[in-house]
Structure formats: C-alpha cells, structure tokens
Ligand binder design. Structure first.
Ligand SMILES: Cc1cc2nc3c(=O)[nH]c(=O)nc-3n(C[C@H](O)[C@H](O)[C@H](O)COP(=O)(O)OP(=O)(O)OC[C@H]3O[C@@H](n4cnc5c(N)ncnc54)[C@H](O)[C@@H]3O)c2cc1C
Length: 245
C-alpha cells in the first residue's frame, strides 16, 4: 500500500509498505521511490445521490464497504414505482448493469399491463441467470477493492481529508473528540462534504473516523442529507434551462 506521499510543490516520492489483511502497515517494510505522479484507487463507490434524493432507503453493505439502495429482486426500491439498476445499485460492471436494467424494465412493463406475469418471468429468467454468474465476479472485486480499516489509519493530523473545503484529519479528529457523533453536525463545524464533490471523495474516510471513535459499525453513522444538483453543473447549463426551453 502507498502509506505516504512526499513533496513540496508537487509529488516527489512515495513510501510503500507491506500490509496485513486489515491493510495495517507491517513495521520494517517501508520502501521509498522517486516518482512523477501517483494514481490511487480504493474501492468502487456507487453514486447513490439520485436514489437518496428520491428518498429511497439505503443499507450499509459490509462486503462493498458502501451504502446501497434497498432493492427487491426486480430492482424496485422502497419508493413505489422507482427502480434502481446499474452502478447506482452497487457497482457490478457494464453487463450486470444492462441485465439489471432489463429485469427492472420488464417488471415495469408487466406492472403497466403490457406483459403478462408469465411472459415477464420468461424475459427475466435469462438475465437472472447471467446476473448469478456475474455476482461471483462482483464478490471477488469487492473482496479485492473495498477499503479496509488500515487505509484510514494512515492519515496524520495534517492529511487533507475533505479536499473541496481543505479540512484536515486533525480538525475532524478534534471535533469528533469534542463529542460530535454525526456527519450533519460535523458539517456545521468543519464544512466537510459541503464542497463541489458533496462528499463523494471524503465521506468514506469521515464515516470510518466517526465509527472508529464511537466503536460502532459504519451502518450506525447516518449519511448527510443529499442536495441538488447531484453533480456540479457549469452555470451556463442553468442559463439554458432558464431560457424557457
Ligand atoms: C474507467 C472505467 C473502466 C471500466 N471498465 C469496465 C470493464 O472493463 N468492464 C466492465 O464490465 N465494467 C467496467 N466499468 C464499469 C462500467 O462502466 C459500469 O459498471 C457501467 O457503465 C454501469 O452502467 P450504468 O448504466 O449503471 O451507469 P453509466 O454507464 O455510468 O451510465 C449512467 C448515465 O447516467 C447519466 N447521468 C448521471 N447523472 C445524471 C443525472 N443527474 N441526470 C441525468 N443523467 C445522469 C450519465 O451521464 C450516464 O450516461 C468501468 C468503469 C470505469 C469508470
């Protein structure tokens, strides 16, 4: 694992360490390399903003280390008439996304009276078979990628956790130590998750800090309320939509 990145005006060196199964660094295994750039990738985070904005219920899934919408086997969410398929339901790849969408679409056609239940079931069967096969791949990907506790423990007091609002692990740690137990209150005091990325980058790290301090599973840390727009928009998009078109 890359355990630290060094540099003054730009990245100059990285230190890597061997880690245990929790991704905790093993002492005496450091190696430092001169580098020009660093590319990091940890876990596959589903974009659940639209589902959250719509009021769908989400649940914490340990295996993916993420909150995913609660869905039935036709990808219907807890909001009547709203299905969630594809990456927003949990990242499982392009083929799985299409098959999930197909199952949800067939269910919608049946519910609208365009397909008989038997026809719908027949259409869905092939997709379900494919999904069962792909599920094995998804479990393997989750097992490899989902971040483990040691990753979040690498941060030092001056590590920037919320990059949009420039909030360090030290400031977040102080607020949590002073008794803050939830993300909404942490937002008021530190502005974490309030920048353009709306927590897409920093939320997992903040949740890990809160849950570790409280000694609870991340599922007990309530997600912050989502806000529109779900993703940052250039202002000229708003201009166009105000043209009356
Ligand atoms: C770099 C990279 C490499 C990948 N490689 C592979 C691979 O090799 N094999 C594989 O199986 N999978 C791969 N994937 C994953 C795969 O791309 C996704 O799992 C798949 O595209 C998910 O399909 P989707 O329809 O759920 O989402 P997407 O394909 O992301 O489609 C979502 C669509 O919704 C639109 N949208 C988003 N927000 C809004 C909004 N607010 N309003 C309106 N529209 C919106 C987007 O513009 C987009 O067109 C890769 C992904 C990435 C990023």
């Amino acid at each position: 694992l890359i355990s630290s990145i060094h540099g003054d005006q730009q990245v100059e060196r990285v230190t890597v360490r061997r880690v245990d199964l929790s991704w905790r660094a093993l002492p005496g295994t450091e190696k430092t390399f001169d580098v020009d750039a660093v590319c990091l990738g940890f876990g596959l985070l589903p974009s659940t903003e639209l589902a959250r904005l719509a009021g769908c219920e989400l649940r914490w899934v340990d295996r993916s280390a993420a909150w995913l919408p609660v869905l039935d086997d036709e990808f219907s969410s807890t909001i009547h008439g709203l299905a969630v398929a594809g990456d927003g339901a949990g990242v499982a790849g392009a083929i799985a996304a299409a098959e999930q969408g197909r199952i949800a679409a067939v269910a919608a056609a049946r519910d609208l009276g365009h397909l008989l239940p038997g026809e719908a079931e027949r259409h869905q069967r092939k997709s379900r078979r494919k999904l069962r096969r792909l599920e094995r791949f998804r479990v393997a990907v989750d097992a490899l990628y989902a971040p483990r506790p040691g990753l979040f423990e690498l941060a030092t007091a001056d590590t920037v956790v919320c990059r949009c609002e420039d909030v360090t692990a030290g400031s977040i740690g102080e607020e949590i130590a002073s008794g803050i137990q939830d993300i909404e209150t942490l937002k008021f005091w530190t502005r974490v998750t309030m920048g353009p990325c709306q927590g897409r980058m920093c939320l997992p790290s903040i949740v890990a800090r809160l849950s570790s301090h409280r000694g609870c599973s991340p599922e007990w840390v309530r997600l912050p309320r989502p806000r529109t727009p779900a993703k940052p928009l250039p202002l000229n998009c708003l201009n166009e939509s105000m043209d009356g078109n």
